[in-house]
Design a protein around this ligand. Structure first.
Ligand code: MG
Length: 254
């Protein structure tokens, strides 16, 4: 009997130790510094003459569902579209390398939840596979909503804290303007040059020509895997808070 108790205790302790050593999501959360809050100016940017319009208000013809390439099933109404929770991420039919992009998004005024569970979506600057593979510029309600700094709106998820917090209130339209330079790879799959990003949130610089350390990941350190021209992807996050909306999306290839 004594021996059985001893063996069970050893098994329990060793499994607890294994759990303690396993990488956890919180290992890569950075909570300080907290970016300074800066009130954004009113602004709107229409598509330039040479832009490809990815959403002009009428339909999602430029987009497909990531999981099976079928037509995107998010809801289009009143010249905007809204995440249809549970239908999964959507991505562009077109593939891109280097580009300038404009996108507008709105956290609903009846948003609820907290932290990462409050208006979570994401702009994946290049989608490198199903699910959340790629490089995510976080979309989140970061208006008086505490979370880890490297996971708030304007962050490159778990890699780069935004320079400031330029968030508008829920219910108001917000914008990202980005310049994306895709990573380059050698024939053997090794990295030749890192991806670079400059991003403005509501017209305010939040990422200044940063060099990404790899794809953005929930658990563990980022790393690169070789890819070529890629779709741009939007995230259907699994949290239960009211769904966010998008409008006026255009891109200029560089
Ligand atoms: Mg997200």
């Amino acid at each position: 009997m004594k021996q059985t108790v001893y063996i069970l205790t050893v098994i329990l302790l060793s499994s607890l130790t294994a759990n303690a050593q396993r990488p956890q999501p919180k290992d890569t959360e950075v909570w300080t510094p907290v970016p300074k809050v800066v009130a954004p100016p009113a602004s709107a940017v229409s598509a330039p003459a040479d832009a490809i319009v990815l959403f002009g208000g009428k339909n999602l013809d430029e987009w497909v569902s990531v999981k099976d390439q079928s037509p995107a099933r998010w809801t289009v109404a009143d010249n905007i579209f809204t995440v249809k929770k549970g239908t999964g991420n959507i991505q562009t039919k077109r593939l891109f390398t280097n580009y300038q992009l404009h996108i507008e998004w709105r956290i609903p005024s009846d948003i609820n939840g907290e932290g990462q569970g409050r208006g979570n979506s994401g702009l994946f600057l290049a989608s490198t596979g199903g699910g959340d593979d790629g490089y995510e510029l976080q979309i989140l309600d970061s208006y008086k909503n505490a979370t880890y700094s490297n996971g708030q709106a304007g962050s490159i998820y778990k890699q780069f804290i935004p320079l400031v917090n330029a968030s508008r209130k829920p219910g108001e339209w917000q914008s990202y303007d980005v310049v994306w330079t895709a990573p380059q790879f050698n024939d053997d799959g090794s990295l030749k040059s890192a991806a670079r990003l400059t991003a403005f949130h509501n017209g305010i610089l939040v990422q200044n020509n940063i060099a990404l350390t790899g794809e953005t990941v929930y658990i563990g350190p980022p790393s690169y895997k070789k890819h070529g021209p890629s779709p741009i992807k939007l995230q259907d996050h699994g949290d239960p808070s009211p769904a966010i909306s998008f409008r006026n999306i255009w891109v200029r290839e560089l």
